[in-house]
Ligand binder design. Structure first.
Ligand SMILES: C[S@@+](CC[C@H](N)C(=O)[O-])C[C@H]1O[C@@H](n2cnc3c(N)ncnc32)[C@H](O)[C@@H]1O
Length: 254
């Protein structure tokens, strides 16, 4: 990663760390995040034990991963984000580092998770090649990234990333085709691609950005309803264009 982007991400996430703590503190937003995690975890092959969460941020997901796969490792470029993890997973196995220069042995992990970290780096192929390198030959990458297949979402995201101080203007989403191509260039074979998140993503996912649901009684039940609806939308050809994230499951190419 260029030093300037690395430093920009460190500075950005220093300011964002308290917002993440708030984001994961409300019952309805936790419910949404836990559903997202369950979707990602459902793709872990049986027998997988050694897990890395690449770009683990404040460790909210890592805590769940560690409960299922004791000894799960979290890596993040932002020490300020990692510091928040103490409240979810005291004594976690954490590494402050750059996903573009991983300090692990080849084949060290059975599963690498990336939840929203790829779009923060500038050399996507290098990031993905590094994931491939640290995966064992039967390992899997389970990744969820912002999806820009829908022109309206692409436009809204471009405006948000450029105008809001909570994003870096160099960050960008991916098209389904584009992220598959990047995986292939990084030496990975894509096994599955699906969309995740429509209404629950918008209204329950980020109360630090859009807080309307927190004022509405029954917001946990509303979130449950949205989660069910989103599942149907994302599984329906044509309507899956509404999905805000693209979930990619890939393995090292032989
Ligand atoms: C959108 S946040 C997601 C955090 C966490 N996965 C979650 O779902 O809460 C992206 C994370 O990627 C981290 N990040 C950005 N660039 C990185 C890099 N080059 N190497 C490792 N982590 C990076 C940021 O510090 C931040 O914690």
């Amino acid at each position: 990663m260029s030093t300037s982007n690395a430093q920009a991400q460190i500075d950005l996430h220093r300011a964002l760390a308290p917002r993440y703590a708030y984001r994961y503190s409300l019952p309805f937003s936790r419910l949404f995040q836990q559903d997202w995690h369950a979707e990602m975890i459902s793709h872990v092959p049986s027998g997988a034990g050694r897990v890395l969460d690449l770009g683990c941020g404040t460790g909210f997901f890592l805590a769940e991963l560690d409960a299922k796969h004791p000894g799960a490792v979290g890596l993040d470029i932002s020490h300020d984000m990692l510091r928040v993890s103490e409240q979810y997973i005291p004594g976690a196995r954490l590494v402050t580092g750059d996903a573009e220069r991983l300090p692990f042995q080849p084949g060290a992990f059975d599963v690498v998770f990336c939840k929203g970290s790829l779009h923060h780096v500038r050399d996507h192929v290098r990031f993905l090649a590094n994931c491939r390198e640290v995966l064992g030959s039967n390992g899997v990458l389970i990744m969820s990234e912002p999806c820009n297949d829908n022109p309206l979402i692409r436009f809204a995201r471009a405006v948000l990333y450029r105008k809001s101080t909570h994003f870096d203007e160099g960050d960008e989403g991916f098209t389904r085709k584009g992220i598959v191509r990047l995986c292939e260039q990084g030496g990975l074979e894509v096994i599955k691609v699906k969309k995740y998140g429509v209404f629950a993503y918008v209204f329950a996912g980020f109360p630090d950005h859009l807080g309307v649901l927190k004022h509405i009684p029954g917001n946990v039940w509303i979130t449950r309803f949205f989660l069910g609806l989103d599942r149907v939308l994302c599984a329906t050809p044509g309507l899956s264009l509404l999905g805000f994230h693209v979930l990619v499951i890939a393995r090292p190419r032989a």
